[in-house]
Design a protein around this ligand. Structure first.
Ligand code: FAD
Length: 519
């Protein structure tokens, strides 16, 4: 009662001062009688900030309020309140907001700023390293943690997670809701394959601990589940001994078939093989050192540029082998054996020797440079795809050459690297192609403004339509669709189970509406 009266008075005064948005009727006033009321904000700055993401494509999807939780119970209270109300409202966890198309937004709902769990009072979160006989080393990590912080904390013990993303300023909850892929995936599986256990707050507001053996339906649903079944507040992540240094090598190819054959060969070496295999396209118009990492020296760049002016399109294979003091004397020979017989262009192999942390955090310096030039905070019409091995030559000819090279519109790195289905668990929600080997393709465009963004997005649409028309059986990674039919098609035989899990864990369809699957 009191709270409500005080709220009305403050709200009235604040809206006169222009600091508070008028109360959004989608959220019942009774929420102000909960303990979390002091952690809810309807301040227009907070509302605006929480509805931004890295993509900068979706705008003006404003929530009614933002919750800054200081502990897991705050999120439970919020979701329970929505679930139990006659007209539930949407709730979206926002990790680091690095989605492309508003996936962490919630129109007229409540955004949960997960980063505010990262405080010293919160005993559930942070990063805690442990060991036990059954699991070996592992870390219990708050869902709000950034992977860079997981790395910094675990490396103090000489340990580290085994599966990564290229960029580390993403949250554990955010990447586990998709898959978490990089050049390590062929060997260790995606990040979702390296989780022992999680604490999840379901759409009913229940806090559930789940693993392969305990509440397994929730466990498998949440991994790659696009935030649809619950909010991850803790994940138990597999750790291994961390190497101290890496040999980092790039080789150039002028022939896509040779390039992909070599990639496929490299990921098939099981005994003492590589730790990371990726690759990218090089085109005359794309800069050789992009934000993903500056690798080539100025003289290398001149050499490569003259080659590119002849070839128009080339391919850069990128590999890494970890090492430490124990094999420092033999690592060069090991690497020599691994690259023996590869068909890159003679003389076009470039090497670096850097610390493990520097390698894993390689994207950060490029990000800071772009930020300083005001080029990071721009629209990013990215398209990420999984392409089956049997389609990759066709995809190359039709998409890379006929669409992208011909239209001359690339404005960012284009990644192409194979991975193996073996390390994925089909019970998890992420959808991948049926074939044993498939390629991860990332068109990581940055645009100078909305006009260019639209042009690139039309190109993305053209690519998707083409692949669909000729039946290349690709799947979108970080998927986005406009209609339910498209989602059903995306999930294919996994749709029924996805829907059943939604009914089970979020029956009122409260969570992550920005994915636009059920809303
Ligand atoms: P957000 O954008 O905040 O959220 C994403 C979705 O997850 C939303 O639906 C949200 O509601 C939900 N969510 C957030 N937190 C939780 C939680 N705790 N529990 C349940 N649901 C939650 N991906 C890769 O796999 N490999 C890469 O190498 C890679 N590199 C990237 C580089 C850059 C520069 C960027 C911008 C993205 C990259 N991504 C990569 C994609 C990235 O993994 C996803 O966009 C991821 O969702 C971003 O994490 P986030 O913390 O910013 O999530």
């Amino acid at each position: 009662g009191y709270n409500l009266i005080i709220f009305f008075i403050i709200s009235h005064l604040m809206s006169i001062l222009g600091k508070l948005n008028p109360w959004n009727p989608s959220i019942p006033y009774e929420i102000l009688s909960l303990n979390i009321s002091s952690k809810l904000s309807t301040n227009s700055h907070a509302i605006k900030e929480s509805s931004k993401d890295f993509g900068k494509i979706i705008q003006e999807i404003l929530p009614a309020a933002v919750l800054y939780p200081s502990c897991v119970n705050d999120i439970i209270d919020l979701i329970q309140f929505s679930h139990d109300h006659s007209v539930p409202f949407h709730v979206a966890a926002k990790g680091h907001g690095h989605s492309i198309r508003g996936q962490a937004m919630a129109k007229n709902g409540v955004i949960v700023e997960m980063s505010s769990l990262n405080n010293n009072n919160n005993e559930n979160c942070g990063v805690r390293v442990s060991w036990d006989l059954g699991l070996g080393f592992y870390a219990d990590v708050g869902g709000e943690q950034l992977w860079i912080d997981v790395l910094r904390s675990t490396i103090e013990y000489g340990l580290a997670p085994v599966s990564w993303t290229d960029y580390l300023y993403l949250t554990v909850g955010g990447t586990l809701s998709n898959a978490g892929i990089s050049g390590q995936t062929f060997r260790y599986g995606p990040q979702i394959s390296n989780v022992h256990e999680m604490d999840v707050i379901t759409g009913k507001g229940e806090l559930v601990t789940c693993s392969k053996d305990m509440n397994s339906e929730l466990f498998f649903g949440v991994l790659g589940g696009l935030g649809q079944f619950g909010i991850i507040t803790r994940a138990r992540i597999v750790l291994d001994k961390a190497p101290t240094r890496v040999k980092w090598v790039r080789m150039l190819y002028d022939d896509f078939s040779k390039f992909t054959k070599d990639q496929e060969h490299l990921i098939s070496i099981h005994h003492n093989g590589l730790d990371y295999v990726e690759g990218s396209l090089m085109m005359e118009q794309s800069s050789l050192n992009n934000w993903r990492s500056s690798f080539f020296s100025p003289s290398n760049q001149t050499e490569i540029a003259s080659l590119l002016s002849k070839n128009k399109i080339m391919y850069c294979l990128e590999i890494v082998k970890y090492y430490d003091d124990q094999n420092a004397n033999t690592i060069d020979e090991e690497l020599k054996q691994l690259v023996k017989g590869l068909k890159y262009l003679g003389g076009f192999m470039f090497k670096k020797d850097v610390s493990f942390v520097e390698f894993l955090n390689r994207v950060r310096s490029g990000e800071l440079e772009l930020q300083s030039k005001g080029k990071w905070d721009v629209p990013h019409p990215w398209l990420n795809l999984f392409v089956p091995k049997s389609s990759i030559m066709h995809f190359h000819a039709a998409v890379f050459v006929d669409i992208i090279l011909r239209q001359n519109k690339t404005t960012g790195p284009i990644l192409v690297y194979p991975t193996s289905r073996k390390r994925w668990d089909d019970r998890m929600s992420t959808v991948i192609p049926e074939e044993e080997t498939f390629y991860c393709v990332g068109l990581l465009h940055s645009s100078s403004g909305y006009k260019e963004c639209k042009i690139l997005d039309n190109q993305n649409e053209e690519i998707l339509n083409y692949c669909d028309k000729v039946g290349l059986n690709i799947k979108q990674y970080l998927p986005h669709y406009k209609t339910k039919e498209d989602w059903i098609k995306h999930f294919g035989k996994k749709w029924n189970i996805f829907q059943q899990r939604k009914d089970l864990f979020d029956p009122k369809m409260i969570l992550s509406p920005g994915q636009r699957i059920f809303n």
